[in-house]
Design a binder for this molecule. Structure first.
Ligand code: ATP
Length: 268
């Protein structure tokens, strides 16, 4: 953690890695406007693996993009650590994303011409920093990719590629990692490996991760799930299990609820 001043959650007094304060965001298309986020407030404590769930269109991606400084809010405030992100200009946002935030996407987004190791250290190099070798070693050890570091992405399985993407996100020791459906393109075995790896990085190194997922099995790897519906936080679940999450999802409007068995990938 690079901050000297810890931001504390008002309710619990815990240090906070990321915070949304009453944020709203509307999208206008032609004559109609959609309230993608409608007064969302939440704290992500440091060292937590948080899940964001909810029906399709409930605002999960918008929330993640706004909290990660990829999109602006119409009202409310967003903090990453002690940094108020809301009024930063594009240049400052680029620096914030580069230095303090890690990203993991459904499509692994690796550069095909670079080796696994070169992909892992690319953001650090682009930031003009030198990788912390001990830290890098421990991240690589946790990924189980040591024997594959000189392989290019097309020589790696999907699960291995996503583990490279996870290592890339972790390598710069960001305040928070935002993961958008990180197992959406993986079979259940590779998905379990990636989720196990993310969980381990939270438990062993105190990394903070916020993960959007539709999959109750994936959500069960997190410490705490936040449920969105129609752009609002409608429920929370500490210590989630796949069964409890699936039951909760079924209580959304029947037309929007998933009805899938735990472990099935896909949209709600
Ligand atoms: N760029 C955009 N322009 C117009 N409307 C948008 C845009 N992005 C999102 N929306 C709308 O905002 C609402 C929330 O979308 P968002 O993508 O955040 O939901 P989501 O919960 O991530 O959905 P999904 O699970 O299907 O990915 C939806 O009604 C969506 O149609």
């Amino acid at each position: 953690m690079k901050n000297s001043t810890a931001v504390l959650a008002e309710e619990t007094g815990e240090p906070v890695a990321a915070r949304a304060e009453n944020i709203s965001k509307r999208y206008s298309t032609g004559d109609t406007a959609v309230a993608a986020l409608d007064g969302v407030s939440l704290n992500i404590p440091r060292g937590q693996f948080a899940g964001i769930m909810g029906p399709s269109g409930s605002g999960k991606s918008t929330l993640m993009h706004c909290m990660a400084g990829l999109d602006s809010v119409d009202s409310g405030r967003v903090f990453v650590g002690d940094q108020d992100v809301t009024d930063l200009n594009e240049k400052q946002l680029t620096r914030l994303r580069r230095d303090r935030i890690g990203f993991i996407f459904q499509s692994f987004n690796l550069l095909p011409t670079l080796t696994a190791l070169e992909n892992i250290v690319l953001p650090i190099r682009l930031a003009g920093r030198t990788p912390d070798q001990d830290w890098l070693d421990s991240v690589i050890e946790t990924t189980g990719l040591r024997e594959r570091l000189d392989h290019r992405p097309n020589q790696l399985s999907g699960g291995q590629q996503q583990r490279v993407a996870c290592a890339r996100a972790l390598a710069g020791k960001p305040d928070v990692i935002f993961a958008d459906e990180p197992t959406g393109n993986l079979d259940s075995r590779s998905g379990a490996e990636v989720l196990g790896f993310l969980q381990k990085s939270v438990r062993q190194t105190g990394q903070t991760i916020v993960m959007v997922t539709h999959d109750p099995v994936a959500a069960a790897y997190t410490d705490h799930v936040i449920f969105l519906s129609d752009g609002r936080v409608v429920d929370r679940m500490p210590e989630p299990t796949a069964e409890k999450v699936l039951e909760r999802l079924k209580r959304f409007e029947p037309a929007r609820a998933s009805g899938r068995a735990p472990g099935e990938q896909g949209r709600i």
